[in-house]
Ligand binder design. Sequence first.
Ligand code: MG
Length: 247
Amino acid sequence: MIILFMCISTFGLNAQSKIIAHRGYWKCEGSAQNSIASLKKAAEAKVYGSEFDVQLTKDKVVVVNHDDNIDGIKISEVNYSELSNIKLKNGECLPTIDDYIEAAKVYPDIRLILEIKPHLTIEEENYIAENIVDKVKKNNIEHRVEYISFSMNICEQLVKLSPTSSISYLNGDVSPTDLFKKGINGIDYNVKVISNNPEWIKEAHSLGMKVNVWTVNKIEQIQEMLDLNVDFITTDYPELALKMAKK
Ligand code: MG
């Protein structure tokens, strides 16, 4: 009985870190960063989540892309019609958030780790946050979406718009306690920040907050984060990380 109790408590203390594919699972045949294929491949790899980034066009269409420009065109300066024929590296058209949400319905088990990129003005940031939360609610996928952003303003807007959602701040410069006071319930920090401030993991957990770490690509870093019991490891090598997490 005592041994059983010890096993349960040990298991409880070492809950397995979950793996998130960074910009989807794109380092494989037929995929590309932030493509629909990268979401499909992440789902097929059976990881916890697929991360992706969103940007706003001049006519306020939300597109899925990491950088604020694509093929030398600044996304915020053109209407969507000027981007709709742009192809990703795997031949797919640049997806809109609507395309992405529609595709995600085919893979109901994977979480959507939605990064709203900082925008030039507060108005744009508030608009994109509102627009996305509205789409997420209308498509009944609130239980699958976890929000992340480098913009404190966007995180604060998300707290107002969707307070029960998972919302994590990315910029690495604020303690869990200070984020908690704002209603933000997670940290999603660079692996070097977490490595240098491992006490933030305990601090976050004691407040009921989650700890995600990016972009954890080296084997020794993945192992270090697993040993630190972070909740989520965001990586460009999701299959490798998943194998290591299961060990
Ligand atoms: Mg991202």
